[in-house]
Design a protein around this ligand. Structure first.
Ligand code: GLA
Length: 390
């Protein structure tokens, strides 16, 4: 039997058995010689990402380094796939996504893999003041503005340019007044897959009027493979002594509180779900974890923000950033209603996000690090997601 046949047999068996993890099927068969152990994760079909009905065509860009692969679409500059080897070498797709552009365009918004902005996370009641002037934004999350408003960067069609087989650059012009924000903001995001299985995201932005900016990537990770069930048994370390507690609408109170003695203490690796049902008001407000952690200062320009490990795959993700915070979101609003890659569903808490960023609602909290960008300045930021196994 040849390998291609075995691979297709694996796919068929995975479909027939409805196995939990399309990446890690352990289905076996007694046919003449072989054990079919693994159904390797594959990239989506690039043709399924061509849409010419919108103002600008959409596409899928592929990055490869010989061990790992990534796919990025210019719709929302979204990371669609990120395939890395698990501890047995089995290619595993660790980010949630759809396998076609129509699902991204027409499904209720989940921000899967998107670049969110102009202001990622929340601005209280859709209002902020800058240089004495009041700005009003559309609200889309109860009384607040979330991820840039009703049509944020995640729903824009960016201009994509493949720089090499390792790198793609995406451009977006957010016009003066778009979603209520001042200034024409030119944004450039570059995804690079390095030889050492690091996905590096570089952000750059300039404006022609003073504005506020908080831009991040909203990938949903499951290190056992997307669609493979709960992430509550993943181990997680977050390099933060403090976090920003929130009110019932997830707006920070303005205080920074120590994580010590709370379910927010992830300074040593802890299972994500170990304390999730504790009687804790912050966990109740967040419906689980949905909080900004104040990252410990470091001499490294790219400090370690977090390390997560898949309990089944042994895949380890290390996140580094130059941003002051990270929003750890535990997939509390995932409902299992959206059909994601490999015939799976986006089940409740089957993925987590580590959104490196400034703190939520900074434009209304003078004590938080500033998110203001002025004409003549260039905003630059980098976050890396590095993969290894244990
Ligand atoms: C962010 C928010 C969450 C939720 C998700 C998207 O991470 O903090 O509350 O809105 O985006 O569902």
């Amino acid at each position: 039997m040849n390998r291609i046949f075995l691979a297709s047999l694996g796919v068929a068996m995975a479909v027939l058995t409805g196995c939990d993890n399309a990446n890690q099927s352990t289905t076996t068969t007694n046919t003449d010689t072989v054990l079919v152990k693994v159904v390797p994760a594959t990239l989506p079909d690039t043709a399924a990402f061509r849409d010419t009905t919108s103002a600008q065509p959409t596409a899928l860009y592929i990055l490869k380094n010989g061990h790992a692969q990534a796919a990025v679409t210019n719709y929302g500059a979204r990371l669609v796939s990120l395939i890395v080897p698990d501890k047995t070498g089995n290619p595993t797709d660790v980010v949630v996504g759809y396998d076609n552009i129509n699902s991204y365009l027409h499904r209720p918004d989940t921000y899967f893999g998107a670049i969110v902005g102009r202001y990622g996370n929340r601005i209280a009641k859709g209002h902020f003041k800058l240089d004495g002037k009041e700005y009003t934004l559309p609200t889309n999350d109860g009384p607040n503005t979330l991820h840039g408003g009703t049509k944020g960067f995640d729903a824009g069609i960016w201009t994509g340019k493949q720089l090499s087989d390792r790198s793609v650059q995406l451009y977006y012009l957010s016009t003066d007044g778009e979603m209520g924000f001042p200034g024409n903001l030119q944004v450039k995001v570059t995804y690079t897959l390095t030889d050492s299985n690091t996905l590096r995201i570089d952000y750059e932005a300039t404006t022609d009027k003073a504005t506020v900016l908080n831009i991040t990537n909203h990938s949903y990770f499951n290190l056992n493979g997307q669609g493979s069930g709960t992430i509550n048994n993943h181990l997680l370390m977050i390099n933060a002594d403090g976090f920003t507690p929130v009110d019932s609408t997830l707006i920070p109170t303005g205080k920074i509180e120590p994580v010590a003695g709370t379910p927010f203490d992830f300074r040593t690796q802890t299972a994500i779900g170990a304390r999730i049902n504790d009687n804790n008001q912050q966990l109740k407000y967040g419906h689980g974890y949905d909080h900004n952690f104040v990252l410990n200062k470091s001499k490294d320009s790219l400090a370690i923000a977090a390390v997560a490990q898949g309990d089944k795959s042994g895949i380890v993700l290390m996140v580094r950033t130059d941003q002051p915070g990270v929003q750890f979101y535990g997939g509390n609003f995932m409902k299992g209603t959206n059909p994601i890659k490999f015939g799976k569903k986006d089940d409740y808490r089957s993925a987590f996000c580590l959104e490196t960023q400034h703190y939520p609602d900074s434009p209304n909290e003078p004590s938080f690090p500033s998110t203001e960008l002025k004409p003549g300045q260039t905003f630059r930021s980098t976050t890396t997601f590095s993969f290894s196994t244990k």
